[in-house]
Ligand binder design. Structure first.
Ligand code: UGA
Length: 426
C-alpha cells in the first residue's frame, strides 16, 4: 500500500526542518535531524523546542520517546539514509535573489557523507538549483517545496492541499512521494523547475492578493464602500477564493517578502517584465505610509500634521497573529516610521520575541493607552477584541484607535469613547 518506513535525514532544525522531521517520524519513518547549532541540538534532545509552533513539542516528544527521531550536529549520522531533506534557510542576498551559502554548505557536507540516498530540496531555491544539486552530487535530487505557514506548520504538514514532487529520476520521485503515503493529499509530479517556480509563484501570488485588497480598501474609503462587503462578495467566487483577502498594514514575515524579491530577481535575470508583481511590492511599501498618514490624521487632524512628541500606543508587533516572529514585520516598519517622525511609542505584543527599536514595551496591553493620542492596532491577535476598551479610554482621555486589521467593533469603541478608523471601513 506504499506505507513503507524509510530512514530519513533532515538538514536544518528551523521551523520547516523541525516540523518535517517530527511529522515524518509521526508518519512512521526513522528520522535523523542535523543542525550546525549545537545548543539547539542539545535542547531538542531534551524535547525542548525553541520555536513557537502549536503541536510541535508534543510530536518531538513522541518521536524521541519512540526512538524514531534523533538530533545530531554530525552529517556522518546521515549515512545510510534513503533520503535527506534539505531545510536550510535561503534568505535574501545582496542582489535580491536567494542567498545560497547555507544551502551550498549543506551540499558540500552531504557530498562528503556516504550513502545518503535521494537529495530532497525543501528549501525555497532559485529555479535550476535542484538540477544543479543532482549534477554536483552525482545522485538523484528532487524538488519538494513546502507550503507551511508559521504558527500552523504541523497542521499544514499533516493536512496539505498538495504535495509537489519535482524530479527527473522516476525511482527517486517515487520514493519521495512515498514519504507522504500516510497523508491524504494529491501528489503532483512535475519537472524540478516547475516545482521550484511553483513555490515562488504561490507566495508571490498571495502577496499580490493582499496588496490588491489593501489598495481596494483605500478605494473603499474614497467612495464610501466597505472592504468587508467587497471582499465578502469577491471571495464567494470559487475562482477567486475567500482566503487572503483581509486588508492589513501590509504583508511581511520571513517568506512572502523574500520570495517575492527572489521571483522579481529571477524575472529580471530572464528579461521578463513582471510589472504586476512590481506593483504589489510598491503597494506594500505604500501601505505602511498609509498607516502612518492615518495616525497623523488621527493625532493632528491633518495628513501632514507633525507627530513630534505625540504619544502613540501600539497593539501587536509580530508580522501576524499566532507567532513570535517580528522578521520583516509591517508593524515594526510602521513603528520605525512613527518613531522617526518624533512620536513616543509604547507597545504590547503577546508573542513577540525580543525588543523593538524605538518602542517601549509594556507587559499589559491596557498600558499602551496611557496618555495616548492614538492607539494603532497592527497585528490581529484575537485577544485585542476582548480588551476592556472603556478602561483604555479612561487612561487615554481623547484618543483615536487606528485599527489596521479591522479587528474591532467600531460601535463598541465609539461607546467606550474612542474615535475609530479602520481600513476601508466607513
Ligand atoms: C507563507 C505562506 O502562506 C506559506 O504557504 C509558505 O509555506 C510560507 O510563507 C513559506 O514560504 O515558508 P507565512 O510566512 O507563515 O506563510 O505567513 P502568511 O500566513 O502567509 O502571512 C503573510 C503575511 O500576509 C502576513 O504579514 C499577514 O498578516 C499578511 N496577510 C495575510 C494579510 O495582510 N491579509 C491576509 O488576508 C492574509
Amino acid at each position: 500500500d506504499g506505507t513503507h518506513s524509510y530512514e530519513v535525514g533532515v538538514v536544518g532544525a528551523g521551523y520547516v526542518g523541525l516540523t518535517s522531521a517530527a511529522c515524518l517520524a509521526h508518519l512512521g519513518h526513522r528520522v535523523t535531524c542535523v543542525d550546525v547549532d549545537g545548543e539547539k541540538v542539545a535542547r531538542l534532545r531534551r524535547a525542548d523546542v525553541p520555536i513557537e509552533e502549536p503541536g510541535l513539542p508534543a510530536l518531538v516528544g513522541e518521536g524521541l520517546g519512540r526512538g524514531v527521531l534523533r538530533f545530531s550536529t554530525e552529517f556522518a549520522d546521515l549515512a545510510g539514509t534513503d533520503a535527506v531533506l534539505l531545510c536550510v534557510p535561503t534568505p535574501t542576498g545582496d542582489d535580491g535573489g536567494a542567498d545560497l551559502r547555507a544551502f551550498d554548505r549543506a551540499l558540500g557536507a552531504l557530498a562528503r557523507t556516504p550513502r545518503t540516498g535521494v537529495v530532497v530540496v525543501k528549501s525555497t531555491v532559485p529555479v535550476g538549483t535542484t538540477a544543479r544539486t543532482q549534477r554536483e552530487l552525482g545522485r538523484p535530487a528532487v524538488s519538494n517545496p513546502e507550503f507551511l505557514r508559521e504558527g500552523h506548520a504541523v497542521h499544514d504538514f499533516l493536512h496539505p492541499d498538495r504535495i509537489v514532487v519535482g524530479g527527473t529520476d522516476p525511482a527517486a520521485a517515487e520514493l519521495v512521494a512515498r514519504l507522504y503515503a500516510g497523508l491524504d493529499a494529491p501528489v503532483l509530479r512535475t519537472a524540478p523547475a516547475s516545482a521550484e517556480l511553483a513555490k515562488y509563484a504561490s507566495n508571490a501570488f498571495l502577496a499580490l492578493k493582499v496588496s490588491y485588497v489593501n489598495v481596494l480598501a483605500e478605494l473603499c474609503e474614497r467612495y464610501g464602500a466597505d472592504i468587508g462587503e467587497v471582499t465578502g462578495t469577491m471571495g464567494r467566487d470559487d475562482r477567486i477564493g475567500g482566503a487572503f483577502l483581509a486588508p492589513g498594514p501590509g504583508w511581511g514575515g520571513s517568506c512572502l517578502p523574500k520570495d517575492t524579491r527572489a521571483l522579481l530577481r529571477a524575472a529580471d535575470d530572464a528579461g521578463v517584465d513582471f510589472a504586476v508583481l512590481d506593483g504589489a511590492v510598491a503597494a506594500n511599501a505604500h501601505q505602511r505610509e498609509r498607516v502612518v498618514t492615518k495616525v497623523r490624521e488621527a493625532v493632528t487632524g491633518s495628513p501632514h500634521g507633525s507627530l513630534r512628541g505625540a504619544r502613540v500606543g501600539l497593539l501587536g508587533l509580530t508580522f501576524k497573529a499566532g507567532t513570535d516572529d517580528v522578521r520583516e514585520s509591517p508593524a515594526v516598519a510602521v513603528a520605525h516610521r512613527l518613531a522617526a517622525a518624533g512620536a513616543h511609542l509604547t507597545g504590547y505584543d503577546p508573542g513577540a520575541s525580543g525588543p523593538v527599536d524605538g518602542v517601549q514595551l509594556v507587559d499589559d496591553p491596557v498600558l499602551v493607552a496611557k496618555d495616548a493620542a492614538c492607539i494603532v492596532l497592527l497585528t490581529e491577535w484575537p485577544q485585542f477584541r476582548e480588551l476592556d476598551w472603556p478602561q483604555l479610554a479612561g487612561l487615554a482621555e481623547q484618543a483615536t484607535v487606528v485599527d489596521c486589521r479591522n479587528l474591532l467593533d467600531p460601535a463598541a469603541l465609539a461607546e467606550a469613547g474612542f474615535g475609530y478608523r479602520g481600513l476601508g471601513r466607513s
